[in-house]
Design a protein around this ligand. Structure first.
Ligand SMILES: Nc1ncnc2c1ncn2[C@@H]1O[C@H](COP(=O)(O)OP(=O)(O)OP(=O)(O)O)[C@@H](O)[C@H]1O
Ligand SMILES: [Mg+2]
Length: 418
């Protein structure tokens, strides 16, 4: 019988699954022809059905009635996993919600394989949670339990940047010392690894992997920075209230700028607090918009606008965000330079983690022959410049940014399960 296994990249923003059937290793189309699917769910209240991926995003953007969820990976290893939430009139914990998404991928791969798959290598960031080994172990254990709950019997894990390196290795001539820079939605991960197409038949790669580092900073943090610097001030962030001119509470603005927190903000208590503060606000126009956002439950629309602006600023130097749903004619204009200013602290953290990886590997930047840029956030021009400056002499590989981890995990499933 053919040896069958798969690799799953459950990403903060996008996911993929690849099948390894003997030596035939390929990505599986998971949403129509596409081999990647946005890691998004929409619980449609009217039809009481759950939608996934691009369909979920379309329903949410079309302002259908229901609950939108994204960035669920960020919840793994945090106390929110234990909380759960009400959807379709019943209590669901987040493990069930994540499982309902990942099983969509498994079903597609099972169909392609012709049998239910039981062996999987799941990708994981180098650190789910920074500087907290217990939460980090918990995050992986939660993901493993989810994989088992949907029918996987043998579950292994691999660091996402190592998987990205395996996916690129097939195209390499000669031996190369590579640095993988995987900047996703939730985390930035790095690996220094020796690559050669000659190693494709090698099953134990531990001596080729020189170091791994990672930090919980990613595209979601860029969205947050843009939201807080460009959008939130226009809805009352850092305005004042009352006779002592106190700052208005900051938490709602921070939560509105974080994909995994927006849903928890629409409580009667928060709305009441904001309404009370508004009575004494010194900027009723701006702060009044916050109340509207909470009452309309339209926080995700603002954050989606922040992400869209960020992506537009990759190719444009200026972008206009129209917010007519809040007020006719209300819009915010943003410049690439202000976005770069807002994320400079995040880029600094990313650079420190990359340099730490070189240090742990015991190599200098000039020893790196190849820099593999992968993950959607490596599209940001300031990120590209940073890495090209750090490695002026290295060759830069810059393709299949959203699917290389999934493909590499299937290569690894072949190494691990045979
Ligand atoms: N052209 C672009 N310019 C800037 N950012 C982009 C662009 N395209 C995608 N992104 C960002 O890339 C991120 C998604 O990248 P990717 O799919 O690699 O992440 P992920 O694998 O889901 O996350 P992680 O690996 O952290 O779990 C998002 O934050 C998205 O906004
Ligand atoms: Mg990723």
């Amino acid at each position: 019988m053919a040896s069958l296994s798969c690799g799953i990249d459950f990403g903060t923003s996008n996911s993929s699954i690849a099948l390894a059937a003997n030596n035939d290793i390929k990505l599986v189309p998971v949403e129509e022809d596409s081999v990647t699917i946005p890691s998004a769910l929409f619980f449609n209240r009217k039809v009481q059905k759950t939608f996934y991926g691009r369909t979920a995003v379309q329903q949410f953007l079309g302002r259908e009635e229901g609950r939108f969820m994204r960035s669920l990976k960020r919840i793994l290893g945090t106390p929110i996993m234990k909380q759960g939430t009400f959807v379709h009139g019943r209590f669901m914990n987040f493990s069930e919600i994540i499982a309902s998404f990942i099983v969509q991928l498994k079903n597609k791969a099972d169909q392609q394989a012709g049998v239910p798959l039981t062996k999987v290598v799941m990708g994981r960031p180098v650190h789910f949670v920074d500087q907290d080994p217990a939460s980090d172990r918990q995050a992986q254990a939660e993901l493993e339990a989810i994989a088992r709950s949907i029918g996987f019997e043998m579950v292994e894990f691999q660091y996402e940047p190592i998987a990205a390196a395996f996916a690129h290795e097939v195209n390499i001539s000669g031996e190369k010392l590579a640095l993988v820079v995987d900047l996703g939605g939730g985390t930035s991960d790095f690996t220094v690894i020796r690559l050669s197409s000659k190693y494709l038949s090698k099953t134990d790669r531990s001596s080729d992997i020189l170091a791994n580092t990672g930090v919980r900073v990613g595209g979601n943090d860029f969205d947050k920075a843009l939201s807080l610097s460009e959008i939130m001030p226009e809805i009352g962030y850092k305005t004042t209230f009352g006779p002592n001119r106190l700052d208005v509470p900051l938490k709602p603005f921070h939560d509105l700028s974080e994909w995994s927190k927006v849903n928890f903000l629409y409580t009667p208590r928060t709305i009441m607090q904001v309404r009370n503060t508004l009575g004494q606000s010194h900027d009723k126009t701006r702060y009044g918009r916050l109340l509207k956002v909470l009452e309309q439950e339209s926080g995700h629309t603002l954050l989606a606008a922040a992400e869209e602006a960020k992506i537009e600023l990759t190719s444009q130097t200026e972008h206009i965000m129209p917010f007519d749903f809040l007020e006719t004619g209300f819009h915010v204009t943003t410049q690439r330079t202000s976005f770069e200013g807002a994320i400079s602290g995040d880029i600094q953290k990313i650079t420190v983690s990359a340099q730490e990886c070189l240090l742990q590997a015991g190599v200098t930047a000039s020893a790196i022959d190849l820099v593999i840029l992968t993950g959607g956030s490596t599209e940001v021009p300031a990120v590209q410049q940073t890495f090209r400056q750090l490695f002026p002499n290295a060759e830069i590989a810059d393709e299949n940014k959203l699917s290389s981890v999934g493909l590499g995990l299937a290569f690894d499933s072949k190494y691990k399960f045979g």
